[in-house]
Design a protein around this ligand. Structure first.
Ligand SMILES: [Cu+2]
Length: 374
């Protein structure tokens, strides 16, 4: 699957998205001038954009002012993101991405630095009493705005939205999806500071919780005690097992028109990233599905290609392709729908295939598998 990067630090179309679109096995180069100092998000902007971002394809770039930022004792990177999985919070095993939950903005996980606990417990950030700490805080989204707060601290400085404006004495600062901020604070007393998204169920039930362990001498004047260890702990999945109901059974297309309609959605979510909008493909990487003689010649072979994947040399409209299409994990219904959609789009010759045809191909041998063709 190709990817690219939209760097918010770039002045230019798409933040470099078109210039950086790169198919597997390829390399792209472009250059830009950083005109504005600040802390900037970058993210993948390949369609479906939300899906790429929801898979964690983002990060932060710091463009330092000419004279640099003021010196501090510690600098740390904290990046929030929300994740959408077929299973609920904490369900074991590899969890596929859930497009429906993502569209509804119902996050199963909200985390710092990519996973639950990435900055908690043994992975806690560290500081010594008396030190100044700067956190570079970003929010990849894709959906949620963060109410970033450190339990037990007040931000001496907040670089509002990661820019030049500095606000002082802040308890909680907003970090928009696709935005960033820098916060600074001096740690005066020892103990465990807790970074959270103060949309607080996210912290205790969805993972948006990290620690900063501060060591050093007490200062009873600033804070008297009684101090407890680990007051704030994540609560885990048990507590949130409020019944959310079972996923409804999928709606099965009854007519060719419905297949085409449902198939379009399957195409946009699963095929378009490679075969592109309009099925035009990308020269040298992904063959066209528009007016494809290979496709029109044998509809069932197309089902075979989707179920088993395809590698080795093929000829599409007189051009040779020698690449790899991965097997797609889709239901027989989805595959019947997407092929019917493609057959009836973009100058293809029409036609229709059934879920039963797809099931047959699932049992059949791969149409063309040439191991080691690469
Ligand atoms: Cu991507």
């Amino acid at each position: 699957m190709p990817h690219n990067i939209d760097l918010h630090a770039v002045t230019g179309p798409g933040g470099g998205a078109a210039s950086s679109l790169t198919a597997p096995g390829h390399t792209s180069v472009f250059s830009f001038k950083t005109l504005n100092p600040g802390l900037y998000v970058y993210h993948c902007a390949t369609s479906p954009v939300g899906m790429h971002i929801a898979n964690g394809m983002y990060g932060l770039i710091l463009v330092e002012p000419k004279d640099g930022l003021p010196e501090v004792d510690r600098e740390y990177y904290v990046m929030q993101g929300d994740f959408y999985t077929k299973g609920g919070y904490g369900e074991p095993g590899l969890q596929p991405f859930d497009m429906k939950k993502a569209i509804d903005e119902h996050a199963d996980y909200v985390v710092f630095n990519g996973s639950v606990g990435a900055l908690a417990g043994a992975n806690a950030l560290k500081a010594e009493v008396g030190e100044n700490v700067r956190l570079f805080v970003g929010n990849g989204g894709p959906n949620l705005v963060s109410s970033f707060h450190v339990i037990g601290e007040i931000f001496d400085k907040v670089y509002v939205e990661g820019g030049k404006l500095v606000n002082n004495h802040i308890q909680t600062t907003l970090v928009p999806a696709g935005g960033a901020t820098m916060v600074e604070f001096k740690v005066d007393v020892p103990g465990d500071l807790v970074m959270v998204d103060h949309s607080i169920f996210r912290a205790f039930n969805k993972g948006a919780l990290g620690n900063i362990t501060v060591t050093g001498p007490e200062n009873k004047e600033i804070y008297s005690g009684k101090q407890m260890d680990a007051v704030y702990l994540p609560e885990g999945s048990a507590i949130q097992s409020v019944d959310t109901g079972k996923a409804p059974a999928p709606v099965v297309a009854q007519t060719k028109e419905e297949k085409i309609k449902f198939g379009q959605r399957v195409y946009e979510a699963n095929c378009q990233a490679c075969h592109q909008a309009g099925g035009v493909g990308i020269a040298g990487a992904f063959p066209p599905l528009a007016a494809s003689d290979y496709l029109n010649e044998d509809h069932k072979r197309a089902a075979n290609v989707i179920v088993h994947g395809l590698s080795g040399e093929i000829t599409v409209n007189g051009t040779k392709w020698n690449s790899v299409m991965p097997a797609m994990i889709l239901s027989d219904n989805d595959i019947a729908n997407v092929i019917t959609y493609v057959l009836n789009s973009w100058d293809n010759k029409g036609g229709e295939i059934s879920p039963e045809d797809v099931a047959e191909q699932r049992k059949a041998a791969p149409a063309q598998a040439v191991p080691g063709a690469h």
